[in-house]
Design a protein around this ligand. Structure first.
Ligand code: NAD
Length: 296
């Protein structure tokens, strides 16, 4: 049977590892947090007390870590994945990280004789628990095909985005679009209200007109039209403004490196940074409506 090492058992990694165990996979789980490890054991994983111990028998390694520096440390360090995993294992990093780190770690893995994919996810903690994440995968086609049966236990939609790093490219470009469209949606609903047009009527019209977008029809930042949206529970997350800001910053860093013009993305980053400066970045990202209305 395929043995899987899972490293990074936080809000997302914990339930993802649990779903692999629930699917009958043997999962050796490691996190710096004792509490996270204990939860993974309760969910059917085997406890490992270091990266080396987790990857010792692994055919597949999955990581779900906060940022690029953690991924570099866990893969490239002396006590890390590349140094201790048996040759031929497949490496899958599902963290959301900068494109350069993803490509650097993928290159180092390749040079050490491993196949590796970057496979960041869309969908939050609820989708991680339900096993309905969307995976955007960068790497060689045959590495993608090897990863697919593992990812299927944790997600519903699995896309091959192309070369190494392209999973991260897809993720940050999608979230840059989402972050900017959410702000535009807030501005439109606020202006409509100021001019005497109520949210439900504007929603009904714009949903059937050319302003239609996901930020409005699935996640409306004005309370009322979409009952399940965070706007109806005072913007409790959901997907926090802090996480959106992280992704907007990654997008701007990548845009600078690529010499691509992203003026709206840059402005959107600054607007979410205002939520951080106000100490309100724990709200859902659609809570940017409060900033626009002047009620933050
Ligand atoms: P988290 O902070 O809850 O979990 C990260 C875990 O990694 C922590 O438990 C931490 O102890 C562990 N860790 C850090 N360094 C480690 C090391 N050297 N060795 C072992 N474990 C280590 O974060 P999260 O919400 O689970 O997010 C993980 C990744 O998923 C991030 O890159 C995030 O951007 C991305 N993401 C999160 C969401 C979300 O809604 N939370 C949605 C999509 C993508």
């Amino acid at each position: 049977m395929t043995t899987i090492a899972f490293i990074g058992l936080g809000n997302m990694g914990g339930p993802m590892a649990a779903n692999l165990a629930k699917a009958g996979r043997q999962v050796a789980a490691f996190d710096l947090s004792e509490a996270a490890r204990a939860r993974a054991v309760e969910a059917g994983c085997q406890d490992a007390d270091s990266v080396a111990a987790a990857v010792g028998q692994a055919d597949v390694v999955v990581t779900m870590l906060p940022a690029g520096k953690h991924v570099r440390a866990v893969y490239l360090g002396e006590d890390g994945v590349i140094a201790h995993t048996k040759k031929g294992a497949l490496l899958i990093d599902s963290s959301t990280i900068d494109v350069d780190s993803a490509r650097a770690v993928g290159k180092a893995a390749g040079e050490a004789g491993f196949q590796m994919v970057d496979a960041p996810v869309s969908g939050g903690v609820a989708a991680a628990a339900a096993g309905t994440l969307t995976f955007m995968v960068g790497g060689e086609k045959d590495a993608f095909e090897r990863a697919r049966p593992v990812l299927q236990h944790m997600g519903k939609n699995i896309f091959h985005a192309g070369q190494a790093g392209n999973g991260q490219v897809a993720k940050i470009c999608n979230n840059m679009l989402l972050g900017a469209s959410m702000i535009a949606t807030c501005e439109a609903f606020n202006l409509a209200e100021r001019l005497g047009l109520d949210a439900q009527t504007f929603f009904d019209i714009a949903s059937a007109a050319s302003g239609q977008c996901w930020s409005m029809t699935s996640y409306c930042p004005a309370p009322g039209p979409v009952p399940a949206a965070p706007s109806n529970r005072d913007y409790q997350p959901g997907f926090t403004a802090a996480m959106m800001l992280k992704d907007m910053r990654l997008a701007q860093e990548a845009a600078r490196n690529a010499g691509a013009a992203t003026p709206l993305g840059g402005l959107a980053e600054e607007i979410y940074a205002l939520m951080e400066a106000a100490g309100k970045d724990g709200l859902d990202f659609s809570g940017v409506m409060k900033l626009i209305k002047g009620t933050l």
